[in-house]
Design a protein around this ligand. Structure first.
Ligand code: ME8
Length: 654
């Protein structure tokens, strides 16, 4: 009998559409579900959208649409996106659904009756981006470290949850359960937070300031604080599924949350203390992954450097990105996504290694065996070695998945494929084909080559389900991967479908060439998000003292054409630009616009405004010989000042 699992992703805010950061956590849950199903386990997978709170209300107001219209539209985009790319979630929860609202109100009533909610006045620093109060120690130079915005000081009378009361119990739970928060370093982070005094949590917002939320059942002048509402989605979705069932008893004890490190505090502190007060058993695991960075900054809607799942699906296929996710990210650490790196990995691992091995061997089978897969051969030393490696890879696979060492599972599969590749190179079946007396050797080599492919594809199938299903079917491996056939049987060496006639060799992973990459890069910058994202919480800097026209005329503003744009090693805000001011030489400029241009080469050829008579500045990386003008930054997107029409380099700007 298999085990039971309940995987959840965060419910995503509907203030902007999904990007590949959201995709990653969703794919992670989907892959874990498929892995466990293959192992014969029973899995429930929930995702959804978080639709209340100040942030959502602000975005709707800025767009000039009703909040209801905004949440319906964007939640629909999330749900559709997951559907279109084959995410296999069991339910999709929206916090605006009656099933959720009713549950939140029940919990609030119970916690209040227990004496764990009280009314008080409070002053604190609120970050709308995070939708929570930040402690002064969390700020970096007075700003929220995630959103780079100044939190607003809020003073108001509100309801509070006695979170502090549960501090000792939570500390004890985490100390006693080493695997509760994984990986270890996030557990340590939470433990150190819990060694400081834990304040109570403000769980309401007065309707005079915010109407968009779930009414407090005991005081309708207030709505519920968005995190107290959102976290309860995990049980509320089980209490009443979209098709009307109550699966809480079955799945709740096996709850495993998947989140990124941005929301550790809410999930590892707010949430378990809420569970304690509500009489809910604590979730079983909290798995925390790192960020996908775009270049070196976090990919995020507020920074505007995002890659959209559906666009990627059209460009290179989501399944290939799923592969990249698991190959590249070491669980718990940050990883960079760039199109260039994606293409490099794809070409090396999928086109060259897996795709090539399959097509080289399959085409000889077609040529020499009438397309029929050969008999399992007598094993010589070389075959025994590869079979032993395959056996070890399959044996370690489960441990890697369950300890969240996905990249190690992929490394093993890559190593198996390269052993297969080396074996084929050593055995040279293209020469054996020419010698009729070596037919038996030939079929042994072909069998072995395709058996390696079958096993690699089987093991990759939770990661690339559709692609792998097609390849397995092609090889005559039609057994279901839903646990009805035991995993050990599927993966036993020698399972290749002897006698099955393979069809025309598929071009499973066509190589991506430079030209295709260049087209995608050109389309990716500037990202459409930059043009449409509403800036978070506007803050205007105080204006500077008045100047005269004479003061202004001292500034020599010129048109400059960007000839080169590159990252600067060791400087995460700067780009190094070589600009042409029509002087017969290029000037070097270090410009603090990196976050806006994750693909700096997109700037080449653009014309910008520079301060040409600024005294050269000696910097750590070299001399900066001018300054580029840019707009935005701080709380909104950053963008270099450019021209709608081409001008001559060196032209005056006035
Ligand atoms: O925080 N790298 O919603 P959210 C990796 N509504 N993962 C990323 C990512 C990146 N660059 N960007 C986003 C919220 N994610 C709340 C959650 S749960 C009760 C409420 C993923 O829309 C990652 O899973 O800001 C992260 O934790 C989540 O999206 C944040 O999504």
């Amino acid at each position: 009998m298999g085990r039971t699992f309940y995987f959840t992703t965060p419910i995503y805010y509907v203030n902007a559409e999904p990007h590949i950061g959201h995709l990653y956590t969703t794919v992670l849950a989907d892959t874990l579900k498929r892995y466990h199903q293959m192992m014969g386990d029973d899995v429930y997978f929930l995702t959804g959208t978080d639709e209340h709170g100040e942030k959502i209300a602000q975005v709707a107001a800025k767009k000039g649409v009703s909040t209801r219209a905004l949440v319906d539209e964007v939640s629909g985009v999330f749900e559709e996106t997951w559907k279109k790319i084959g995410i296999n979630n069991d339910d999709f929860i929206r916090t605006t659904q009656p099933r959720h609202k009713e549950y939140v109100q029940q919990v609030l009533t119970a916690v209040k009756e227990r004496g764990d909610i009280y009314f008080d006045e409070y002053t604190g620093l609120y970050c709308v981006g995070c939708e929570r109060y930040l402690t002064p120690t969390e700020l970096e130079e007075g700003l929220c470290p995630d959103h780079k915005t100044k939190p607003q000081e809020v003073k108001e009378a509100n309801y509070f949850f006695r979170m502090g009361k549960y501090q000792a119990a939570l500390l004890e739970h985490i100390e006693k359960n080493p695997g509760w928060i994984r990986p270890e370093r996030f557990r340590n982070e939470v433990l150190s937070l819990l060694r400081l005094p834990l304040e109570d949590l403000c769980i309401s917002r007065p309707k005079t300031r915010l109407q968009w939320g779930i009414d407090l059942p005991f005081d309708e002048r207030f709505v519920t604080y968005v995190w107290f509402d959102a976290l309860l989605n995990y049980p509320s979705a089980l209490k009443r599924t979209t098709d009307g069932r109550d699966v809480f008893e079955k799945y709740w004890p096996e709850c495993n949350h998947l989140i990124a490190k941005d929301i550790v505090k809410t999930h590892a502190i707010y949430w378990p203390t809420m569970c304690m007060a509500a009489g809910l058993p604590l979730p079983k695991h909290l798995d925390v992954h790192g960020y996908w960075l775009s270049g070196e900054s976090k990919m995020s809607k507020s920074l505007g450097n995002v890659v959209r799942p559906l666009a990627f699906e059209k460009q290179f296929g989501i399944e290939n990105l799923r592969y990249f996710f698991f190959r590249e990210m070491k669980f718990g650490s940050d990883s960079s996504f760039t199109y260039e790196l994606f293409v490099e990995r794809y070409n090396a691992d999928l086109a060259n290694s897996l795709g090539n091995l399959l097509s080289r061997v399959a085409s000889i089978v077609r040529k020499s065996q009438g397309g029929k897969l050969p008999q399992r051969p007598q094993e010589d030393e070389a075959i025994r070695a590869i079979a032993a490696q395959a056996k070890t890879v399959a044996a370690n696979y489960g441990g890697h998945f369950e300890e969240r060492r996905f990249h190690a599972a992929v490394d093993d599969i890559r190593a198996l494929l390269s052993a297969g590749d080396k074996y084929i190179n050593d055995q040279e079946p293209w020469r054996l084909v020419k010698d009729p007396s070596r037919g038996r050797e030939l079929s042994a080599v072909l069998y072995t080559g395709l058996e390696v492919v079958r096993l690699a594809v089987l093991l990759l199938s939770p990661i690339m389900p559709r692609t792998c299903r097609t390849l397995l079917d092609y090889l005559g491996e039609t057994r279901p991967l839903d646990g009805t056939v035991p995993f050990n049987e599927l993966c036993a060496w020698g399972g290749l479908a002897t006698g099955f006639e393979i069809g025309e060799v598929p071009r499973a992973f066509p190589r991506i060439d430079e030209a295709k990459l260049a087209t995608v890069l050109a389309a990716a910058a500037p990202s459409p998000e930059r043009a449409t994202a509403p800036p978070p919480a506007l803050e205007r800097k105080p204006s500077k003292p008045e100047i005269t026209i004479d003061d202004f005329s001292k500034v020599d503003l010129r048109v400059a054409t960007i000839a080169e744009a590159t990252f600067v090693q060791g400087a995460d805000k700067l780009l190094r630009l070589m600009v042409d001011l029509g002087e017969g030489r290029l000037r070097q400029v270090f410009a603090g616009i990196r976050s806006a241009y994750p693909q700096p080469e997109s700037l080449v050829g653009q014309q910008v405004v520079v301060v040409a008579n600024l005294k050269p500045r000696q910097m750590k990386f070299g001399t900066s010989e001018a300054m580029v003008l840019a707009g935005g930054g701080g709380t909104s997107r950053l963008c270099a000042v450019t021209f709608a029409e081409p001008l001559e380099p060196g032209d005056h700007v006035s």
